[in-house]
Design a protein around this ligand. Structure first.
Ligand SMILES: [Mg+2]
Length: 380
């Protein structure tokens, strides 16, 4: 079962103006994803997802050239061996930094898919887990910078759909952010968990202003107030209130998570399996977090592959936190790319993973053919 071919399949779809959402990284005008397809010499095909990194063509090029050159002929079942080889030859030495971690994440996911096919097993079985309900929050590209009353209406729709937690986009002005959080708390009552995500847009002065109100509204976490490199700001912000800080979707490999854990300022860890180094690395991050008595709340985007893989991962660790449900109103990568949905929400705010070989989903090649890469910005 040797790697005979490896290539990226970058895909896109435009977001019409009436469906676009504004958040701390801009207004969504397009969605991108980079799938990774690995074919073995005995005819098996495995699929993974690399995060697009806001430059899907570059991630695809890295997969199609460097990763391909490094891995052709390797035993596809030696997932840890291939990971270590790519890490040593690319991430640890010649660079491309985050881009290489994103590309490796997609490759790693595809190799786990092949390993599952070889073992005729679902992913959570191979990882030591079982099918179990996982708590979910309403996330994705939703609950953005709109008028508080409209935001409260949107939040109530997700509560009616079954979610018991939801994540608002902040990182606007402190006053507007506080008004949104207060309006949603007033609308949903005390029984629903409210989480907030600043998408790295806050200054320390902003955090000083919002923290008392977020404390008062019992916000469950404040996600990415700053860039992941801004460690000093995290250490100061951790002293400004009782709302836990969250981060991890822009941290890559266990080494960056080890630093995050050593710093001790972030209590909510959010590795994205399409960014941190794939399933292999996320399991290592989860083990490190378990030793600190911290739960893992993965970031998920953008397609059904990463969503279902993340759910299988959460079913396989002893410290699962929330699954990020994608309540984006328009996401054909979630709804149309595979033969069935990547997760099902039950009446208790929990989701369950699709069962079957691998992550339990089949990729629709015709869908991929119909959604070729669109160059240009995904947020403006
Ligand atoms: Mg985020």
């Amino acid at each position: 079962m040797r790697i005979a071919d490896l290539r990226a399949v970058p895909i896109s779809f435009p977001v019409p103006a009436e469906r676009s959402v504004t958040l701390g990284i801009g207004r969504s005008v397009k969605r991108d994803a980079v799938l990774v397809r690995v074919e073995t010499d005995d005819g098996h095909v495995g699929w993974g997802e690399a995060h697009h990194g806001r430059c899907p063509g570059a991630i695809a090029k890295l997969v199609d050239t460097t990763l391909r050159e490094l891995t052709l002929g390797y035993d596809a079942r030696d997932v840890v061996g291939v990971w270590a080889h790519v890490y040593r030859m690319q991430l640890a030495s010649h660079g491309m930094g985050a881009a290489a971690a994103l590309a490796l994440s997609g490759l790693d996911m595809a190799l786990w898919d092949l390993r599952c096919q070889d073992a005729d097993a679902s992913l959570f079985r191979l990882l030591g887990g079982s099918a179990k309900p996982i708590r979910a929050y309403a996330g994705g590209i939703a609950l953005g910078w709109q008028e508080p009353s409209l935001l409260a209406e949107e939040a109530l729709r997700y509560v009616a759909a079954g979610y018991r937690a939801l994540k608002l986009r902040v990182g606007d002005t402190p006053a507007r952010d506080i008004a949104r959080v207060e309006a949603v708390r007033c609308a949903v009552g005390d029984g629903i968990e409210i989480l907030v995500d600043a998408n790295t847009r806050y200054s320390l002065a902003d955090v000083r202003k919002v923290m008392p109100a977020f404390d008062e509204a019992a916000v469950g976490w404040l996600e990415e107030p700053f860039s992941p490199l801004d460690r000093h700001a995290y250490s100061v912000a951790a002293t400004l209130g009782s709302v836990p800080l969250a981060a991890g979707e822009n941290h890559h490999t266990r080494y960056e998570f080890a630093t995050l854990l050593d710093d001790g300022d972030v209590q909510v860890l959010q590795p994205d399996l399409s960014k941190c180094g794939g399933v292999t690395e996320a399991m290592r991050v989860a083990a490190m977090a378990s030793a600190r008595k911290l739960d893992v709340h993965p970031h998920t985007s953008a397609t059904a592959i990463n969503m279902a893989t993340t759910l299988h991962f959460l079913c396989s660790i002893d410290n699962p936190g929330y699954f990020e449900g994608d309540v984006t109103t328009l996401n054909p990568f979630r709804d149309e790319m595979t033969d069935r949905p990547p997760y099902q929400l039950d009446g208790n705010g929990c989701v369950t993973a699709p069962e079957g070989i691998g992550i339990g989903l089949k990729i629709d090649q015709a869908f991929l053919d119909a959604h070729p890469l669109i160059d240009g910005p995904c947020y403006v």
